[in-house]
Design a protein around this ligand. Structure first.
Ligand SMILES: Cc1cc2nc3c(=O)[nH]c(=O)nc-3n(C[C@H](O)[C@H](O)[C@H](O)COP(=O)(O)O)c2cc1C
Length: 158
C-alpha cells in the first residue's frame, strides 16, 4: 500500500461538511469542561446512542475520561464566536459564558439548535482519539438554523 499523504488526508476530510457542537461535562470534582467538536454522529435509534471522539492530547481529555455524562450543544448559525471560544485552550472556558444547568448538573448553552444529554456507556480506542458513546437521556430542539463547518471554514445553510 502506498504511503498516505497526510496533507491530502486532512484535506479530503475537510470536504465532508458537518455541523458544529460544543460538548460539555463535569469532571470528578464537579468542575465544568467543554470543547468544540465536529466528530459528533448519531449511532443508534434503539437504544438511542450517539458518539464523538476526543483527541488524547486535549487539555479536556482528563475531564471527559472521569465524566459519567456529557451534553451535546448543537450550535446555531449565530454561534461562531462560541465555537471559536470553546476551541481555544484556556483555564476557565465558562468564565463569562452564559449557560444553564441540565441533568447531572451538565452545563447547557442557550440559543442552540438542540441539546442532547447523555450517559457515557462505552469508550473505545480510536488511534490518537478516544470514541465516547453516549446513551441519550434527554433532548431539546429549536427551529434555529445550524452552524456549518466545511474545508476548515464556517458557513451557513443557504
Ligand atoms: C470546528 C471544530 C471541530 C473540532 N472537533 C474536534 C473533535 O471532534 N475532537 C477533538 O478532540 N477536538 C476537536 N476540535 C478541537 C478542539 O475544540 C480544541 O482542540 C480544544 O477544545 C482546545 O482546547 P483544549 O486544549 O483545552 O482541549 C475541533 C475544533 C473546531 C474548531
Amino acid at each position: 500500500m502506498s504511503e498516505l499523504d497526510q496533507q491530502e488526508f486532512r484535506s479530503v476530510l475537510g470536504t465532508f461538511a458537518t455541523g458544529v457542537t460544543v460538548i460539555t461535562c463535569r469532571d470528578a470534582e464537579g468542575h465544568a469542561a467543554a470543547m468544540t467538536v465536529n466528530s459528533f454522529a448519531s449511532l443508534s435509534l434503539n437504544p438511542p446512542l450517539v458518539l464523538w471522539s476526543i483527541e488524547k492530547t486535549s487539555d479536556q481529555f482528563d475531564a471527559f475520561a472521569e465524566a459519567t455524562h456529557y451534553a451535546v450543544n448543537i450550535l446555531s448559525e449565530s454561534q461562531q464566536d462560541i465555537s471559536n471560544h470553546f476551541a481555544t485552550p484556556g483555564t476557565d472556558k465558562f468564565d463569562g459564558v452564559d449557560h444553564m444547568s441540565g441533568h447531572q448538573n451538565l452545563p447547557l448553552l442557550p440559543d442552540c439548535c438542540g441539546v442532547i444529554e447523555c450517559e457515557i456507556v462505552e469508550r473505545y480506542d480510536g488511534g490518537d482519539h478516544i470514541i465516547l458513546v453516549g446513551r441519550v437521556a434527554a433532548t431539546q430542539k429549536t427551529d434555529k438554523k445550524p452552524l456549518i463547518f466545511h474545508g476548515g471554514q464556517y458557513g451557513a445553510l443557504r
